[in-house]
Design a protein around this ligand. Structure first.
Ligand code: GLN
Length: 196
């Protein structure tokens, strides 16, 4: 049962409330993760969109890097936008030390500035069932390269935008801004439940 899953949302900065709201909509309690103690006992963690340079800074300020990395190595994790940057192996910005959970290298703000944000529809093909997701790109990163163990689950104009490797799901776009719960459900069923 999904409702028994104990999923946290990193709540140092960014749009964590939207992810919590979606967990609640699916009947989960959801936990705001603000301190290292909040990581204990979680079955999974979402790293939201926001500003990755700030998130990086706060992770160190609150001495969360080590327990956060440990959790992300074993449990179902999902990073959206800035969260994807944090979970990457490499980033084109020396101020950020990514957690190195998924074998991708990313380029920040690759679609341009805030005014170049856009909404579109992405076609995803999982478990043989094609689905459309509405996706918002807000100062989104692009994947410059990915390793052989990484699966590309969706592309936008030939750029991979939804990828996974073992217990880790990343999306360069946001879906949590509307009421479509498809991707959150997919994350819970195919990552959190599987790596519990
Ligand atoms: N541009 C932001 C960054 O690099 C990410 C934007 C977002 O999360 N929507 O951290």
């Amino acid at each position: 049962m999904l409702t028994g899953l104990n999923v946290g949302v990193l709540a140092l900065q960014g749009d964590f409330e939207r992810h919590l709201y979606r967990l609640h909509a699916l009947g989960l309690k959801g936990r705001e993760v603000r301190r290292r103690e909040d990581l204990a006992g979680l079955d999974g963690l979402i790293i939201p969109g926001g500003e990755s340079t700030t998130m990086n800074l706060l992770i160190d300020r609150f001495e969360m890097r080590e327990p956060l990395t440990d959790l992300c190595r074993t449990k179902g994790v999902w990073g959206t936008c800035a969260g994807m940057i944090m979970l990457a192996r490499a980033v084109d910005d020396a101020r950020i030390k990514p957690l190195g959970i998924i074998d991708i290298s990313v380029q920040r703000n690759a679609y341009g500035r805030q005014v170049h944000s856009f909404h579109t529809s992405i076609s995803v093909n999982w478990n043989g069932r094609p689905r459309n997701l509405s996706a918002s790109f807000i100062r989104a990163p692009q994947v410059a390269a990915y390793g052989p163990e990484v699966k590309v689950l969706a592309e936008y104009e030939k750029n991979p935008v939804l990828l996974s490797q073992r217990n880790c799901l990343v999306s360069s776009f946001h879906t949590e801004l509307n009421d479509d719960l498809t991707l959150t459900k997919y994350y819970l069923e195919s990552f959190v439940s599987v790596f519990k």
